[in-house]
Design a protein around this ligand. Structure first.
Ligand SMILES: O=P(O)(O)OC[C@H]1O[C@H](O[C@H]2O[C@H](CO)[C@@H](O)[C@H](O)[C@H]2O)[C@H](O)[C@@H](O)[C@@H]1O
Ligand SMILES: O=c1ccn([C@@H]2O[C@H](COP(=O)(O)OP(=O)(O)O)[C@@H](O)[C@H]2O)c(=O)[nH]1
Length: 458
């Protein structure tokens, strides 16, 4: 059987808990398949040479981790600059936040070349290579140029925007052409796949030569939608461990007289946090019975703090929460508990279970695993309700959630009120259908479908 080689910017020791959906999902995948996981170590070397980085290889259970350091200049141009200052905002439909005039592209190319150069000697002829996310789009083209003819798949964890938005990136043709060096390209949703199909037909006069097969630039690529999932059994096991049980009991005791709502997100402008807080404000104003009763626990895990737009969103959020707590809060009740910290994964199932409603309301999101984790953590006899943005990839699957347009503040407030008042029978019916979906399309399904398709591509 072929060895699996996974390449991603973000790595995590699969034996330890991680924050961020990609690291969590790949950790789960590799724990069961074994193989090699290659990526950035997370270390930034102050006076290092651009295009160079020390590689350390070590064993973590069944997985060999190959971690490479980046020097400050490469990190700034590749990760902070091009990946998170250009690709992330544009792919999340936010041209207004993209730094399109920057010279970051050369750093992005340099680091992809470095990854290829360091990975090449570690590869065996029949390895199946699976490259992840927007940081590494040109990696297969770099590997091919070095003579690699292994099967290579790519999975995009974030949305792919429509052609007209993508085309605003000055080097969009080069970027999209690079996808044709892969054998298989996977997206989170059918909507992303459709955007890919429109783009390659309009901009690269691609021909469709079979189901999901596109021919352009003298190459053929297979494309498909492979919605990522969670490891439901592992998450439920985590929910039975003492850290989660203690968290559940402490939270229920502390808020015994309250209705609890929860949001768990990286502090990212794509997650729609200001809009969510405004919708909660509208709930308190329009449905005053929730005053002195409903409390929103908002976990905002620090993320990419050296990118300007992230510092801005943090200030906006802090001032919004402060204003609402100032206006409505009382000696015995604060409407919002804002937690600007990463909460340990082992506590999350208990926290989710203690809450009546989850607010997962991104403006755009590739998938959103928090939505799936919330469903998996519920008590089936008395489940909470998921309020979910129609613009999260997860909305294509989780259709029994209360779907909202997060830009519509009164509409979202109305859906939250409906969630808080939903009768038990309806909660149970919706939850059962959602759980069935989350269980069926779990992380093992995702991995299996992608790798089987990759292995079968001609
Ligand atoms: O690595 P960071 O810069 O700290 O960011 C964390 C990860 O964020 C993004 O996650 C995406 O992948 C999830 C799993 O497929 C998906 O559910 C979510 O909607 C996406 O936003 C990013 O794509 C990863 O590369 C980052 O590691
Ligand atoms: O304080 C936090 C915030 C998030 N997470 C985890 O990070 C992942 C976030 O993944 P998601 O797909 O929702 O979004 P992303 O951050 O990858 O965009 C989920 O598994 C969360 O449980 C965590 O462990 N602690």
């Amino acid at each position: 059987m072929s060895r699996l080689v996974v390449v991603s910017n973000r790595l995590a020791d699969p034996r330890k808990p991680a924050a961020g959906g990609l690291a969590v999902a790949l950790g789960e995948t590799l724990k069961s398949t074994g193989g090699l996981w290659f990526g950035w170590s997370g270390a930034v070397v102050k006076d290092g040479t651009p295009g160079e980085g020390e590689l350390r290889v070590h064993q973590a259970g069944p997985v060999t981790l190959a971690e490479i350091d980046l020097c400050q200049e490469d990190h700034d141009a590749y990760y902070r600059g091009y990946a998170n200052g250009v690709l992330w905002p544009v792919f999340h439909y936010r041209l207004d936040l993209a730094n399109l005039e920057s010279g970051y592209l050369s750093g992005y190319r340099r680091v992809n070349h470095l990854f290829a150069r360091k990975l090449m000697p570690l590869l065996k002829p029949d390895d199946l290579i699976w490259i992840h996310d927007y940081h590494l789009i040109p990696l297969a083209a770099e590997l091919r140029a070095m003579g690699c003819d292994n099967r290579i798949g790519f999975f995009l964890h974030i949305p792919l925007p429509p052609q007209q938005i993508l085309a605003a990136i000055p080097s969009h043709e080069w970027l999209m052409r690079a996808l044709f060096a892969y054998d298989l390209v996977g997206f989170q949703s059918e909507a992303d796949l459709l955007n890919f199909s429109h783009y390659v037909k309009a901009e690269a006069t691609a021909e469709t030569i079979g189901a999901g097969q596109f021919r352009a630039f003298n190459s053929t690529v297979q494309a498909g939608a492979f919605p990522i999932g969670i490891d439901v059994n592992e998450f439920q096991r985590l929910g039975r461990a003492h850290e989660a049980v203690d968290t559940y009991e402490n939270t229920r005791t502390e808020y015994s007289r309250r209705r609890l709502l929860i949001g768990v997100d990286r502090l990212d402008y794509s997650k729609g946090l200001p809009q969510r807080i405004r919708a909660f404000n509208e709930l308190l104003r329009e449905y005053p019975e929730n005053q002195h009763s409903a409390t929103l626990l908002q976990v905002a895990s620090p993320s990419r703090e050296d990118v300007d737009a992230y510092a801005d969103i943090q200030h906006e959020l802090e001032s919004l929460c402060g204003a609402i707590n100032g206006n409505y809060g009382d000696f015995d009740w604060m409407p919002i508990r804002y937690i600007h910290r990463t909460v340990a994964r082992k506590r999350l199932p208990g926290l989710y279970r203690a809450c009546d409603v989850a607010l997962v309301t991104p403006l755009r999101d590739g998938m959103n695993l928090v939505a799936k984790e919330f469903i998996a953590a519920q008590d089936e006899a008395d489940p909470g309700v998921l309020v979910l943005s129609r613009f999260a990839g997860a909305a294509e699957q989780l259709t029994q959630a209360l779907l909202v347009n997060p830009y519509d503040i009164p509409g979202t407030a109305q859906a939250i009120q409906r969630a808080l008042q939903m009768p038990l029978a309806e909660r149970q019916a919706r939850h059962a259908a959602l759980l069935e979906n989350v269980r069926k399309y779990d992380v093992h399904w995702w991995c299996g479908q992608f790798l089987q398709t990759l292995a079968a591509v001609r």
